[in-house]
Write a protein that binds this ligand. Structure first.
Ligand code: CA
Length: 741
């Protein structure tokens, strides 16, 4: 007789041996509560304690956001491997209903999946069958969608001592009873009626839940992370990433020093520096590493007019894990002016460098350089471009970038700079394979025009839907002279493609690269089976050879993928689960499949026999046939309004749309009710916020702009001609506006 493995997880070893003795079985055959029952959920989550979190998942589970505290996203499982991918089949498929983006990494604990989907909704699902055990909706106000820059997404949960921890889009941290899905406690981690949000996964560190926030694009946002006691929800410590108003005194010596790197009155805008993704705990060194975001404004000249590096923006900061006190920092982009956050995934590893085994951390932030740092001291060990980069020539011996002339766009012209503000790599997790020693980076190739264009007046309040004139660094005035990047490797203006890069962190070089049609694809996992797995914008989960990059297999999951897959064991069998839901920052505005399907969970295993849900025939929504009757100046005004208010979520008019609709393809009813929808918030429950600063005249101008685009596309007007006409019309509108003022 053998005891069930869960039983061993639930109790201290001596107790299981004692009970095994009493019951007369070997410790591995006692059976625990029925899988999926509340008692089972309670038991498996209670077993997630500090020791389990530090153990590195010996049972083939996936118990924390990055798989283990090292966040390598490398699975030691090899039952699914290069030799048997043909046997891989669908175990089950679950539709979640909502059609917005899903970025989450599920937790998989003893055959139960715990994950988040759109609007911070949480699910507990039986990994063997796909049946929902419970779900929890924290009731985020759906009308607030435009208050968050990059979709109504959430990246995941933390589990600890019976509870699950959720950061909600509206900034709450909630402890959920893992057995029932009921709330244990809830804390507002951000000021109410503010522009903060949360999309990242909490991490549990020695009994504390550590959570950051997002919103560095918005007025009044000053980044920080907070630790709460997991049991009570009581605040333990808070670390601010940028200094506040000096007159109020600084919270720490570190912030007083940081303030010396700022100029002007930065605190009036908030400063930015949100920690919206990477928060990594290092049990060996008792440190927490934070990836810190961009400043408010993006534009360095507006944010800190007399220069300065602006610590701790775009930095990796190490804190004492017990107290949250500053230990060291490394700034990737001093005086950032391009939204080059260093919030990206941080991997902990040990690498042999010059003959010495070094404790390192690895990061491929937005700025396009791959960093290897000593995680004990923050010392820069090496850094090179992992993709095409135009803003800097390279890094000096200390890791400081050597900038290229013009990259700071201070001369009144619009400079095309690579990477764009989407970054060469964003939140999509990379993977470090213990098998190959390579890092697999889901990367982006895209340039953007940056110019020092200030948007003023009431429009500034809602510039690009981002709260204020932070986007002043985007060249949206079409008359601004363009400075193009003529380097043969530079991405062409307007092109946006992706790459899956296998990168050697020791030698700082690419080993192989897979070009991709979209700049926006899923996160990555690698396995001991010699595989790299990634979902992509075209709606496939692809399997690559981890050494050569050869594509070995692909599974059709219909909609574009942004989330990373996970792999884990259930009763000794290896499973792969992938959440599919197109959306998020770039996914709102475009797509690479004909049709987007509701958010779904796909689970695969060897010998899985469920039929894959088919792609449906799609008739693309036609361009509207509403007649265009506007005057040039009205279209131009509509364009200016669109660029300031709508484009961040809706993308380019006429392009077909992403998770958010293309307004050249709306119905007559939509155009007839445009004012009610845009100004009064008729569709607020669906996530279309009201813009009550717009007038009836503005709404009419927007409508003219949509109908002009639809009319031009229908008539087959060449793109260059259309662009030229819009430029003329925009100039007329700006001229008319200036005359009015
Ligand atoms: Ca940003």
């Amino acid at each position: 007789m053998r005891c069930d493995i869960h039983f061993m997880k639930l109790r201290p070893f001596f107790l299981s041996v004692f009970l095994a003795g009493v019951l007369g079985c070997e410790p591995s055959t006692l059976s625990g509560p029925q899988k999926g029952s509340p008692a089972h959920l309670e038991a498996i989550l209670t077993a997630i304690d500090d020791r389990a979190l530090a153990s590195g998942n010996p049972d083939g589970d996936w118990i924390t956001y990055g798989q283990t505290y090292r966040e390598q996203r490398y699975s030691p499982l090899a039952k699914i491997n290069r030799s048997n991918l043909d046997e891989l089949g669908l175990a089950w498929h679950l539709e979640l209903g909502d059609r917005r983006g899903i970025q989450a990494t599920p937790l998989a604990i003893d055959g139960i999946l715990f994950f988040t989907a759109t609007w911070s909704v949480v699910y507990a699902v039986d990994a063997r069958t796909g049946s929902i055990l419970w779900s929890f909706d924290p009731q985020v106000d759906r009308s607030k969608a435009a208050d968050f820059c990059c979709g109504v997404v959430n990246r995941g949960l933390a589990a600890y001592r019976g509870a699950l921890f959720l950061g909600t889009l509206d900034g709450r941290l909630i402890s959920i009873d893992g057995a029932t899905g009921r709330v244990n406690w809830e804390q507002e981690t951000v000021p109410q009626d503010s522009n903060y949000s949360i999309t990242g996964a909490p991490r549990v560190v020695k009994g504390n839940v550590v959570i950051g926030n997002a919103g560095g694009e918005y007025q009044g946002v000053r980044g920080y992370v907070t630790a709460y006691d997991a049991a009570s929800g009581k605040e333990q410590w808070r670390f601010y990433t940028v200094p506040g108003n000096p007159e109020l005194g600084f919270e720490s010596e570190a912030l007083a020093l940081a303030a010396e790197t700022w100029t002007g009155s930065w605190w009036e805008q908030g400063g930015g520096g949100t920690v919206w993704d990477a928060i990594v705990y290092d049990p060996e060194l008792n440190l927490i590493y934070l990836g810190v975001g961009n400043g408010t404004h993006w534009n360095h000249q507006l944010r800190s007019p007399d220069g300065g590096d602006n610590l701790f923006l775009s930095s990796i900061v190490a804190l004492d894990a017990d107290t949250g006190a500053y230990r060291w920092h490394f700034q990737t982009t001093p005086g950032d002016s391009w939204d080059y956050t260093a919030t990206q995934h941080i991997v902990l590893a040990d690498l042999t460098i010059d003959g010495d085994l070094r404790k390192v951390l690895l990061q491929a932030p937005k700025n396009g350089f791959f960093y290897v740092l000593d995680r004990e001291t923050g010392e820069f060990l090496s850094g090179e471009k992992y993709t095409y980069v135009s803003w800097a020539h390279g890094l000096d011996a200390s890791g400081r970038p050597v900038e290229r002339q013009g990259a700071r766009y201070t001369d009144g012209r619009a400079h095309w700079v690579t990477p764009s503000s989407y970054g060469a790599h964003s939140w999509q997790p990379m993977s470090y394979s213990a098998r190959t020693g390579l890092v697999y980076i889901p990367a982006t190739r895209m340039a953007a025009p940056f110019a020092n264009t200030v948007i003023q007046g009431p429009e500034a309040v809602n510039a690009f839907g981002t709260g204020h004139e932070v986007m002043a660094s985007f060249a949206f005035d079409r008359a601004t002279e363009m400075v193009f990047d003529t380097h043969p490797d530079a991405p062409l203006p307007g092109s946006a493609t992706g790459e899956l890069i296998a990168y050697d962190p020791r030698e700082q070089r690419r080993v192989w690269t897979i070009p991709q049609v979209s700049q926006y694809n899923g996160g990555v996992v690698s396995t001991a089976g010699g595989l790299v797995l990634q979902g992509d914008a075209e709606g496939y989960l692809r399997f690559f050879d981890d050494e050569t990059g050869e594509e070995l297999h692909a599974l059709d999951v219909r909609s574009g993928v942004i989330a990373p897959p996970i792999t884990y064991l259930v009763d000794g069998e290896q499973y792969i689960t992938l959440l599919v839901g197109w959306g998020g920052g770039a996914g709102q505005t475009m797509k690479h499949v004909d049709k987007l399907y509701p958010g779904s969970v796909y689970t695969f295993k060897l010998g899985g026999t469920e039929a894959m849900p088919p792609r449906e025939d799609v008739i693309e929504r036609p361009l509207t046939s509403e007649a265009f009757t506007g005057m040039d100046v009205e279209v131009g005004h509509g364009y200016n309004l669109y660029m300031r208010n709508c484009i961040a979520c809706h993308g380019a008019v006429g392009s077909g749309g992403g998770a958010v609709p293309d307004l050249a393809r709306s119905s007559k009813t939509t155009y007839d009710n445009l004012e009610q929808i845009v100004v009064e918030g008729l569709l607020a429950p669906l996530g279309m916020p009201k813009h009550d600063h717009l007038t009836s005249e503005d709404i009419a101008a927007l409508r003219h702009y949509f109908l002009f685009i639809a009319d031009s596309l229908r008539s087959g007007m060449p793109v260059m001609e259309m662009e030229g006409r819009i430029t003329q019309m925009q100039q007329q509108a700006l001229k008319a506006q200036r005359q009015k003022l």
